[in-house]
Design a protein around this ligand. Structure first.
Ligand code: F6P
Length: 540
């Protein structure tokens, strides 16, 4: 087997050659390209042929995956070994979505039975709420859920709800993440406390924003309903005792485990609000879609493995071609939060400068991810995507069948998805623009000015991911695809993808600054920070 350093060198050498050829030229040079770079997995179809790699580069990338021993790392992950060494934890979100009877173990301890029991408790609770069998403190049925949580305790459930919510939900779910009081005020507006369940979601149950918001929401319930309001207070946490100490009745605390990372937790009881709002069947379908992707990731050979191939394509751009930013553009309004979800998944997981052994990484890590729904973004940042000085690779996600509404509009939507991917790659040569302008009778001087402005350099890569429809199963598979892709990248870069020490310093300093804003003695700060504290002190 090629050693890791040599494998990396081959990938980087290949990428250097890629700089001097065009992606579009590879289709002629490599007759099998489209087939070789198209893969189906768990109901998703992925086309990586509009990427800058040649089939030789693909081989070099696969050699890199072999040299990094992706298969062994994957084996350790699924076997429940400690994959998050800085926190001494296994990483087993796959156990949360496995079919009944799976035998997952975390560090040798069986977990699947507990997972199934918790899934059963969630389904029973949600069903009782949805049927009206379980009501609020005054006997009114529950019509709204206010989900309070942040980061991994928010992005996943918010995305799932947004993507799958019925047009006229029986129970509406609203989300409050930010400690900005405006978000809470907006979420509570128009809700009847007697008909509202507050679900506080926090793995640690200590997160400043969530505890602040939970206290506000609890006061809102208690203010209207008195102490009986606690019957409408629910907690989801890996620290159930802390949740109970907050006042949540023990049978309304839904636990999960330290082997579930926050950004990988939507499949756990963190998804409770979605189970209540969407129904257990929909949530089960979400889990089943993700489980199908787990099977694919575990079973498919590297060269046909969708998460592995997507990771390698992104790494080829990131490391081979020095592209630190990637756009994610779902042509599905229901997926408009996907990029936000992926920001945490990818950037919190792999935005690291040292390896899991504490040594500097040998290669740049993580791409900054941004995006929103197409076609809207075509009227926002696509100018830069097509003609900016930087090449920004794009993941385009499209859905074949519309879930609702006018099928003709869906065709327009999909035509845009396809056309943008084509335009990004093919571009429009200056010669063609010049000929067109000459045909319109413009002078040579005018053409000299206008033609460069109307030229599209092209050669801008995209990955195209196609869902047959945007159902719960497809969504589960899509999210699991990105989870495993992120894991593969983390192995290639040698980082621990499952800790997040980089979020700690800001939290600590915010606590200190808060004390000073509240009138405590001003600490030692740089002049800029000191001036801001002085300005924002109440009464200043
Ligand atoms: O953003 C930092 C972080 O620790 C995330 O990893 C986590 O998802 C989020 O905060 C929320 O944490 P908790 O669920 O413990 O409130």
């Amino acid at each position: 087997m090629t050693d890791l350093t040599t494998a990396w060198a081959r990938v980087l050498e290949g990428a250097n050659l890629a700089r001097s050829r065009r992606i579009a030229s590879l289709f002629g040079a490599e007759p099998g390209r489209l087939v070789r770079l198209s893969v189906e997995a768990a109901g998703l179809a992925m086309d990586l042929s509009k990427q800058p790699w040649s089939l030789t580069d693909l081989e070099a990338c696969l050699d890199l995956a072999r040299a990094a021993d992706i298969e062994a790392a994957r084996g350790r992950l699924f076997a429940g070994e400690v994959m998050n060494p800085s926190e001494g934890r296994a990483v087993l979100h796959m156990a949360l979505r496995a079919p009944k009877g799976a035998g997952y173990k975390a560090e040798g301890q069986p977990v699947s039975a507990e997972v199934e029991a918790m899934r059963g408790k969630m389904a029973a609770f949600a069903t009782a709420i949805r049927s009206g069998e379980r009501r609020g403190a005054t006997g009114k049925p529950i019509r709204s859920v206010v989900h309070v949580g942040i980061g991994g305790s928010d992005f996943g459930p918010r995305l799932v709800w947004d993507a799958l919510r019925p047009l006229a939900p029986q129970i509406e779910v609203r989300f409050v993440a930010n400690v900005d009081p405006a978000e809470m005020a907006l979420a509570l507006t128009g809700l009847d406390p007697a008909e509202t369940l507050v679900v506080v979601v926090s793995k640690t149950f200590t997160t400043q924003e969530t505890m602040t918001n939970a206290t506000t929401a609890r006061a809102w319930l208690r203010g209207a309903l008195g102490p009986a309001a606690d019957a409408q207070l629910v907690a989801v946490s890996a620290a159930p005792a802390v949740a109970q100490a907050f006042g949540v009745p023990a049978d309304q605390v839904f636990g999960f485990w330290d082997w579930v990372g926050g950004r990988y937790s939507v499949w756990s009881s963190v998804g409770l609000s979605c189970v209540i709002g969407l129904g257990p069947e929909v949530f089960d379908a979400l889990l089943a879609g993700a489980a199908a992707m787990d099977d694919h990731f575990q079973g498919a050979p590297l060269e046909r493995n969708a998460p592995v191939l997507l990771a390698l394509a992104h790494v080829f751009n990131r490391n081979g071609l020095g592209r630190p930013v990637r756009a994610v553009v779902p042509y599905a309004q229901r997926l408009h939060l996907l990029a936000t979800f992926l920001q945490q998944l990818e950037m919190e997981s792999n935005g690291k400068q040292v390896t899991a052994q504490g040594k500097p990484v040998a290669h740049a890590t993580a791409q900054a991810v941004f995006g929103d729904a197409g076609t809207n973004v075509q009227h926002a940042f696509f100018q830069m995507m097509h003609q900016g000085t930087d090449v920004i690779p794009t993941d385009i996600i499209a859905v074949r069948h519309a879930g609702e509404g006018d099928p003709a509009a869906q065709l327009i939507l999909n035509s845009n998805a396809i056309a943008q991917a084509e335009a990004l790659m093919v571009g429009r040569p200056e010669s063609e623009v010049r000929a067109e302008l000459a045909g319109k009778g413009l002078s040579a001087a005018e053409i000299d000015v206008l033609a460069p402005q109307r030229t599209f350099p092209g050669d801008r890569p995209s990955a195209f991911i196609l869902l047959d429809r945007l159902g719960a199963g497809e969504l589960g598979a899509l999210l699991a695809l990105y989870e495993h892709k992120t894991f593969v990248e983390g192995v290639l870069w040698g980082v621990n993808s499952f800790d997040q020490w980089g979020v700690e310093l800001g939290k600590t300093l915010a606590t200190r600054v808060l004390g000073e804003l509240k009138g405590g003695a001003q600490g030692d700060h740089d002049p800029s920070t000191a001036a801001l504290i002085a300005r924002l002190r109440p009464g200043s």
